[in-house]
Design a protein around this ligand. Structure first.
Ligand code: PLP
Length: 225
């Protein structure tokens, strides 16, 4: 089942890239494995997936021991783990130990906390582009301050922006948010764009995504918490 899901997602990515005149190789497929057990992640790894997204530090901490061999020390064929859920400042130390990429940085304070760990890390800024109450992310005006904070530490590499538009079933309503994120990345000299999920990955790729975060289309529906 995962194999078929993966084939479908890969062909969706290829078709969207072709339509947009882009090379599908520019788009990283991030497998979002929240609420799925380690054996599903291992199966995904065996099918060739190498980048994994998790939402909760504690959930990933519990799964991590079963995954050491994936993340291990070999350079080739080692997996990378991205935190794509909100990071609380009291969890930064643990997050720095577990993740190679933190996509949800939303304040300079969080950057300083992550830097203190000394771990080598890739960071992205989560940008809040809608006015929904319950959304995390930094307002666009805060990007320069967060960039400056990152630049002060040699163990941190800031590579891009991430966003999550308000939820809809349709893909098209996401387009203006994705376009805005790209404009902000260009303006601030950042190259990576993490945007697009199962239902709107085509639109995201058309608007320049370099990383699409896919859960349901690969693994099926998640069990309710
Ligand atoms: C759960 C989640 C995804 C994946 O969503 P699907 O619709 O299952 O593909 C992507 N990004 C974030 C931030 C998520 O929390």
């Amino acid at each position: 089942m995962l194999k078929e899901g993966l084939e479908q997602v890969r062909s969706r990515i290829e078709n969207a890239a072709a339509r947009a005149g882009r090379n599908a190789g520019e788009v990283t497929l991030l497998a979002v494995t929240k609420k799925f057990p380690p054996d599903v992640m291992i199966e995904a790894f065996e099918l060739g997936l190498r980048e994994f997204g998790e939402n909760y530090v504690q959930e990933f901490e519990e799964k991590h021991p079963a995954l050491i061999t994936l993340g291990g020390s070999t350079l080739e064929c080692s997996a990378r783990f991205h935190l794509i859920g909100h990071l609380q400042s009291n969890k930064t130390k643990k997050a720095a130990e577990l993740f190679q990429v933190i996509q949800t940085v939303d304040s300079a304070k969080l950057v300083r906390r992550l830097a203190e760990s000394g771990a080598q890390m890739e960071l992205m800024i989560e940008v809040k582009l809608s006015h929904e109450e319950a959304k995390y992310g930094a307002p666009p005006e805060a990007i320069p301050e967060i960039q400056e904070a990152c630049a002060a530490y040699s163990n941190l590499t800031l590579t891009g922006l991430m966003t999550m538009p308000p939820w809809t079933d349709d893909a098209e309503p996401s387009r203006p948010y994705f376009r805005r994120l790209r404009e902000l990345a260009v303006k601030h000299g950042l190259s990576k764009l993490s945007m697009g999920m199962s239902h709107d990955l085509e639109v995201a790729i058309e608007e320049g995504a370099t990383c699409v975060r896919i859960g349901t289309a690969l693994f099926g529906p998640r069990r309710k918490a």
